[in-house]
Design a protein around this ligand. Structure first.
Ligand code: NAP
Length: 286
């Protein structure tokens, strides 16, 4: 069925503000879900950077948008423009979902919840376990903080810029019961031994996607073992070199599509109070 004629005088607008934006799967995901549930909503992507951000948020307020997503480069800059921020988003220091509750704009962060959602979907037990996390950017921080809040026992973070990894470690050690250590990414001896004592290995760097497609931070498959769960936040390509290495060894290998989907599904729930029809979305999107 075509979407022609679906928008009428009562359609509620939802959106995404980011730049660049053309590659985003979010509009397809949310519009599929709205249509499946018969909700008279529409989701659009808007090319918005830091310069236009304040005007756009004021405009969305004036138009009474029920909700919108926020992505790079606006996830940290949007915070002073909102009325409230959830404790998890405050800790992560970034907002990816905004809901308008009776005129109040409330900022959430569902990225880490998306990661936990994909682990749960793939039957990965992370409570009380140890993760080696490569990367300390925005996505890594959301993953580490949500995993710590939800009961992971230990995380070893490796990053080129050790300051970023140390800052995340200090924050989590202060705010949760999870123990976190920070290492430089080129400390290969530590990387190898931390992976050997971990249950989960996660890549949250851009290594493996364009322009670093075909590369992996793991120099040798002998560093992996079948019991290790290997996840990569990248979903383009669907199978990074790291995930190919993991599959060759017999590990459970998880790409970033699930994180994107489950993060979107949490946003959908926050806005509509309804569960996203995830299987329907998956069938059409993946
Ligand atoms: P970000 O804040 O810019 O962080 C980039 C991270 O990658 C930093 O840790 C950076 O290290 C590291 N990095 C970049 N180039 C590297 C290289 N050549 N060698 C080693 N490390 C390198 O970006 P982000 O938002 O966290 O995104 C990180 C990854 O997660 C991306 O691949 C993105 O596509 C993916 N992601 C997936 C989802 C999802 O839903 N599946 C959501 C968000 C992000 P330095 O700090 O040392 O520069």
């Amino acid at each position: 069925m075509s979407d022609q004629g679906r928008i009428d005088g009562r359609t509620k607008l939802f959106g995404l503000i980011a730049t660049p934006i053309g590659h985003s799967l979010a509009p397809t995901m949310h519009n599929l879900a709205f249509k499946k549930l018969g909700l008279n909503n529409a989701y659009m992507a808007f090319e918005v950077g830091n310069e236009e951000l304040a005007y756009v948020v004021a405009g969305f307020r004036a138009l009474h948008l029920k909700g919108f997503n926020v992505s790079m480069p606006n996830k940290t800059k949007i915070q002073p423009l909102l009325d409230e921020i959830t404790p998890a988003a405050e800790l992560i220091g970034a907002v990816n979902t905004v809901v308008n509750e009776n005129g109040k704009l409330i900022g959430h962060n569902t990225d880490g919840l998306g990661y936990i959602g994909t682990l749960t979907e793939r039957d990965v037990d992370f409570v009380g376990k140890k993760m080696t996390l490569m990367g300390a950017g925005g996505a890594a921080k959301a993953v580490a903080i949500q995993a710590a809040l939800d009961g992971i026992a230990e995380i070893s973070i490796f990053n080129r810029d050790i300051t970023k990894a140390s800052d995340i470690a200090a924050l989590i050690n202060k705010e949760t019961n999870c123990r976190v250590n920070a290492y430089k990414l080129d400390d290969l001896d530590s990387l190898k031994s931390e992976i050997a004592s971990s249950d989960i290995l996660t890549n949250a760097t851009g290594v493996g996607m364009n322009p670093l497609e075909g590369q992996s931070l793991i120099p040798d498959t002998s560093w992996l073992r079948p019991e290790l769960v290997v996840s990569d936040l990248i979903y383009n390509p669907r199978k990074t070199t790291l995930l190919e290495q993991a599959e060759a060894v017999g590990c459970k290998a998880i790409n970033g599509l699930g994180m994107m989907l489950w993060a979107g599904s949490r946003s959908f729930e926050i806005w509509t109070g309804k569960e996203m029809p995830v299987e329907h979305v998956k069938k059409h999107l993946f």
